[in-house]
Design a protein around this ligand. Sequence first.
Ligand code: UTP
Length: 297
Amino acid sequence: MQNKVTKAILPVAGLGTRFLPATKSVPKEIMTLVDRPLVQYAIDEARAAGIKEFIFVTSRGKGALEDYFDAAPQLEQQLRQKGKDALLDLLKSTNMDSGEVAYLRQHKPLGLGHAVWCARRLIANEPFAVILPDDVIAAEQPCLAQMVEAHAETGGNMVAAMEVPEARTSSYGILDVAEDMGSVVSTRGMVEKPAAGEAPSNLAVIGRYILTPRVLQKLNRKKAGAGGEIQLTDAIADARDDGDDVWGYRFRGERFDCGSKAGFLQATVAFALARDDLRDDLARYLAEVVNADRAAQ
Ligand code: UTP
């Protein structure tokens, strides 16, 4: 039986350049899918997996994120006075108990690996999760909960994995698969953004990880990798070379790349269509737009 995974690091210090000019003043993680910011989906998923402590690695200009998880006494009082109990209930999911959440700064955007390393002092000798809020995963059983269950059997490092078309492998960390056992694959490591034609498989790493403290030790080297950034996948591969297991986990669910405009728009439509209060009107509107577009072609 493995140690329980109770801490999650959420690196949110990136510049979000693909959403400029919006991200000049709005952190990407606060942008809303329907009516909830991306980061709320990540926290809900983490809680469902048994995570008790949330460590945000932030940067300058991310104040809105800290405010979002703060108490809002004035707003709550006004809602109470107006008898808006349903809205008060809705706000509860945004409340963090004191000590449940920590915010650290990454002073320069040196890469995802470096962002995770910034949280090293808050992780003891225990496995921990890493969640990238811009990968949103719609699933019956939330993705991280699936992984925690599988990790209880395997231990070691585990990364969420998904098949991608060969032409897209150079945009991802790609697993070097040793043995494919279905939902779990054992690996010989992984390569960050392999050059075209050099990907060891088409299984890509998606933004959910359960890692060992050895990965943090490997990040101590601050070795720059693909794109000149300190890559998390490189540190995981290094931990594998030192004897750690590295497993890929094919999750059940649909992943949306909300770090890209196309992925964000698709997620908005999918999450809105999943809502009873929005589905009918939106579906009708989409059908009209698609028909009009076809007729115009
Ligand atoms: P991305 O590669 O999506 O980068 O980072 P980005 O800066 O957020 O967005 P673009 O590409 O400029 O549009 C993946 C995750 O890693 C975090 C990001 O916040 C995001 O959650 N990250 C990345 C950091 O925390 N620090 C970094 O130095 C780099």
